[in-house]
Design a protein around this ligand. Sequence first.
Ligand code: PLP
Length: 381
Amino acid sequence: MGLSKSIWANPTEFLRAQSPENPVLFFAPSAAQAVARRFIDGFPGLVTYAVKSNPGEEMIENLVAAGIKGFDCASPFEIDLIRRLAPDAVIHYNNPVRSRTEIALAVARNVKSYSVDSKSELAKLIEMVPVADTEISVRFKLPVSGAAYNFGAKFGATAEVAVELLSTVAAAGYIPSITFHPGTQCTDPAAWASYIREAAEIARKAGIKIARLNVGGGFPNHRAVGILPQLDATFETIGRVAREAFGDALPALICEPGRALCGDAFTLAARVKSVRDGVHVFLNDGIYGSLLELGQIGIIDRIEVLDPQGNHRTGAVHGWICFGPTCDSIDRLPGDVPFPSDITEGDYVIVHGMGSYSTVTNSRFNGFGDLHRATVLSLDV
Ligand SMILES: *Cc1c(COP(=O)(O)O)cnc(C)c1O
């Protein structure tokens, strides 16, 4: 595309100058650093970043610059990425199922914190991971609602099994800790409260004073107009309930947000390929591209539509059927998508809050999905 500059004032300036045919993901380093500082200042413990949500180097580097010192990695690729970009950072390997090859790699990379949710996986860790200064966190699950997507369906021991695992961890000489992940886009602070109370109960039943409690990710990003993520209320709830539930045995707290740290630092611009017979909007990005997650956890309604010169379309907003570019019928955004009545071929659809689970799920199905990147000072259009 022959970019003539590397940092743009805002997405509009870029769209006007470049008229991109491919979807573009705009990154605002200032937005990434601001939310990181909000977490560091507000969360009552160590803030780590769940790399899987957006492993872009620009994202990691800006988090490090803002003061993030820990990373939740789920694979050898992510471990190597963080060792390269942030050599002094701590790594928590919190994918509770690992092959022996993966465990060996983590040991070789000096990873000192692992999560576990089953006896068979704990036996592998005990066999392969040196005990010295090494933490094993028992991950448990609760049938709690409040999140947009339930992670307990795959990972997490029941409370009974967690008691047993915690005892085994301590008996083997590792630093015993507990972890959970309440789900993603969890807008109800009460979800953390239930988990923290249960964690205290598990530690009490096992008769073990845990070193740390990792309250997971799941903090929301800004997806709905007029509904701001309640980060401060969630931080307050976590600190207060942990003190109440653990009393004198209060562990150090850790969180590992992904979406909340990266989501609102990126804005997507997709182009309207066609408004087919006035009823179907076809975009150049969709479910097989960077919009996969919308099909799973729902539409982001922070949408603006610009004409090719960068002016806002101002027609009355109503719900449209909106398809992605591939030939597959499931390549449709969920429900009715709010677009103005004057949306037209060639326009740009701006979707805010697109930094999480977007670059990582982007496929090249049908030859689409060539996502371009640009850095901006501000994401306002
Ligand atoms: C995915 C994941 C996270 C991050 O979740 P977000 O909803 O993006 O904050 C944190 N911890 C674990 C164990 C995860 O699997």
